[in-house]
Design a protein around this ligand. Structure first.
Ligand SMILES: [Zn+2]
Ligand SMILES: [Zn+2]
Length: 264
């Protein structure tokens, strides 16, 4: 017969350790380190300051002119992800009305700015997966009401860049996003076959030339009809447009893009 166990002692120790653990490992805000009190691992101040995307052009994700103050008080509302009624406004900016880009819809969760300028580089260059999960959850909250694609496809890195960095930040966003929205992620559908120089050093025209024929669709079967490209930041859109062109060439009917942050 096993020796009697002093459960009271165990519970007392567990309670002490539990309190210590909650104190030492209480969730901290990923931006400022203050105690986090939200699902997103942010403190209330940092969560309230997130630069959620205002109503934006469906084709390029640039913010659209806002109504005069007071004209649409209900739409201003409390801080948080845009409500579906705002997301679905079928509006294009004047540039896209004259020459729409190839993507059917482009949605960004945030404008690029504080604290995205801290969280996204931490994900991209330091593999901060906690920052990636926070951003992916925010993206899921924004994109849950959109037309559901057959697959999510992270914008791929060239294999040389992948070897150097060890991971693809777009895939680190796409995985938790796909899990939350119950959408499959097909990371191997699109390949980056040219190791293009860093886009951030080029102007808009040079970015387009730099990316010509940079992507190709892998495999011989019919590709899924509706693809959503996932990426961390959109600047001119040249990378997304080149990736979309490769998907259209392979027979994809519709390509959208879901982006974490839109740079101006
Ligand atoms: Zn904070
Ligand atoms: Zn536009």
């Amino acid at each position: 017969m096993p020796a009697p166990v002093n459960l009271a002692q165990a519970i007392a120790v567990d309670g002490w350790f539990g309190r210590l653990g909650r104190c030492l490992w209480a969730p901290r805000c990923l931006v400022c380190g203050e105690p986090a009190r939200s699902r997103l691992d942010l403190c209330p101040a940092c969560e309230a300051g997130l630069p959620w995307m205002p109503p934006a052009c469906l084709s390029c994700a640039m913010p659209l002119p806002q109504p005069a103050p007071g004209a649409n008080a209900a739409a201003a509302g409390a801080p948080g992800p845009p409500r579906p009624s705002r997301v679905h406004q079928p509006r294009l900016c004047s540039a896209c009305q004259h020459g729409p880009p190839p993507l059917s819809e482009v949605h960004a969760a945030f404008l690029y700015g504080f604290p995205l300028d801290r969280l996204l580089p931490r994900l991209k260059f330091h593999r901060d997966l906690a920052a990636g999960r926070l951003l992916a959850h925010a993206m899921a909250a924004c994109f849950a009401g959109l037309a559901r694609p057959d697959v999510l496809v992270p914008v791929p890195l060239h294999r040389a860049r992948m070897r150097q960095r060890g991971y693809n930040q777009a895939l680190e966003l796409a995985h938790p996003l796909g899990r939350t929205l119950e959408l499959p992620v097909h990371a191997g559908l699109l390949l980056r076959i040219r190791n293009t120089s860093a886009q951030s050093r080029l102007d808009a025209d040079a970015r387009v030339g730099n990316l010509r024929d940079a992507f190709v669709v892998a495999g011989r079967g019919a590709p899924p009809p509706h693809v959503v490209l996932v990426d961390d930041v959109m600047t001119t859109g040249a990378t997304l447009h080149a990736a979309a062109d490769a998907l259209f060439d392979a027979g994809v009917d519709r390509v959208d893009a879901w982006i974490c942050a839109r740079a101006p």
